[in-house]
Design a protein around this ligand. Structure first.
Ligand SMILES: C=C1C[C@]23C[C@@]1(O)CC[C@H]2[C@@]12CC[C@H](O)[C@@](C)(C(=O)O1)[C@H]2[C@@H]3C(=O)O
Ligand SMILES: O=C(O)CCC(=O)C(=O)O
Ligand SMILES: [Fe+2]
Length: 331
């Protein structure tokens, strides 16, 4: 008897290809950071999409390329070596397993806490280089991206007429800010044709729990966002720009005026995708609640909670779960 072995991709989640919708969406808001009058556009983008693209930023390309090349070096090393930097619990090297609650995707990644020493030594043994190389590349990149995030959050506060305008940015600037940095590598999946008009999921649909996420990828597309009308749209890749994602905590602080956008990544059959994401979060002890000036005459939609409480609860959920529902007020 001939026993056919099932291809590994059979075990991975897929989505149906939709041939009806256009493959790329060209109406994603683009914010030119060199223009001082962008604040109202940022507010509109956060209200309509919870997502926008940033151009003319001041993050030096040299820092991005340096980190990208360190990441490529790491992901190109043998699996047995990479596994030494794992498992992701939640920090470390992870392969196909996302989080601790049974989610999987066609992705390998490194997850780091940006404000602790963490185990750069582990990575160094894999890279065979001085631990300072990767540590410096991550630190330099995160410092610049955090600066840009704060600039954006201050413009956003101004656009919302909130005073002082550092109400959001001070949370990221706090030395105890609980921020995370992630490098995702989505290897191409040549067997994808076997899936019959289906796409393999690299990173399943979810919202990001923090305040703001800043995503940069190489020129391989795959990122999709969910529009208010329920349609998934593909975001054309742009390696010279950043994509900003509204997180759950910003949704709460704006009393639901901004929505944390659902997003996911689909695998490419030919090209690999490399993304780097900074997730800007508040200190663990910070109380998260709607800002009084954004409640004004309306009901507060959320109970007050600390970031520690939210994170603890979020990390017990599956990727696609609505993590905020537990914190909504019953009106
Ligand atoms: C399934 C999970 C992975 C995740 C923790 C969680 O339990 C639910 C939120 C997930 C998420 C999504 C955004 C970021 O990539 C992330 C690091 C985060 O803060 O929340 C991941 C978590 C993870 O991969 O550990
Ligand atoms: O890799 C990407 O492009 C997006 C991944 C993502 O959404 C995440 O890591 O939270
Ligand atoms: Fe995400």
């Amino acid at each position: 008897m001939v026993v056919l072995t099932k291809p590994a991709i059979d075990h991975f989640p897929t989505v149906k290809n939709s041939f009806k919708s256009p493959s790329y969406f060209n109406d994603i808001p683009v914010i030119d950071l060199s223009k001082p009058d962008s604040k109202n556009l940022i507010v509109n983008a956060c209200e309509e999409f919870g997502f926008f693209k940033v151009i003319n930023h001041d993050v030096p390309m040299e820092l991005i390329s340096k980190l990208e090349s360190e990441a490529i070096k790491f992901f190109s090393s043998p699996l047995s070596e990479k596994l030494k930097a794992g498992p992701a619990d939640p920090f470390g090297y992870g392969n196909k397993k996302i989080g601790q609650n049974g989610d999987i995707g066609w992705v390998e990644y490194i997850l780091l806490s940006t404000n602790s020493e963490f185990n750069y030594q582990k990575f160094a043994s894999v890279l065979g280089v001085n631990p300072e190389n990767i540590r410096a590349a991550v630190n330099d990149y995160v410092t610049e991206v955090k600066k840009m995030s704060c600039e954006i959050l201050e413009m956003l506060a101004e656009g919302l007429n909130i005073h002082p305008t550092n109400v959001f940015s001070k949370l990221l600037m706090d030395e105890k800010s609980d921020s995370v940095f992630r490098l995702n590598h989505y290897p191409p999946c040549p067997d994808i044709q076997e899936l019959n008009a289906k796409n393999l999921i690299g990173f399943g649909e979810h919202t990001d729990p923090q305040i703001i996420s800043v995503l940069r990828s190489n020129n391989t597309s795959g990122l999709q966002i969910l529009l208010k009308n329920g349609h998934w749209i593909s975001v054309p890749s742009d390696q010279n720009s950043f994509f900003i994602i509204v997180g759950d905590s910003l949704q709460v602080m704006t009393n639901g005026r901004f929505k944390s956008v659902k997003h996911r990544v689909l695998t490419n059959s030919v090209k690999s995708r490399l993304s780097m994401i900074y997730f800007g979060g508040p200190p663990l002890s910070e109380k998260i609640a709607p800002l009084p000036s954004l409640i004004e005459g309306k009901n507060s939609l959320y109970k007050e909670f600390t970031w520690f409480e939210y994170k603890k609860s979020a990390y017990k959920t599956r990727l696609a779960d609505n993590r905020l529902v537990r914190f909504e007020k019953s009106l």
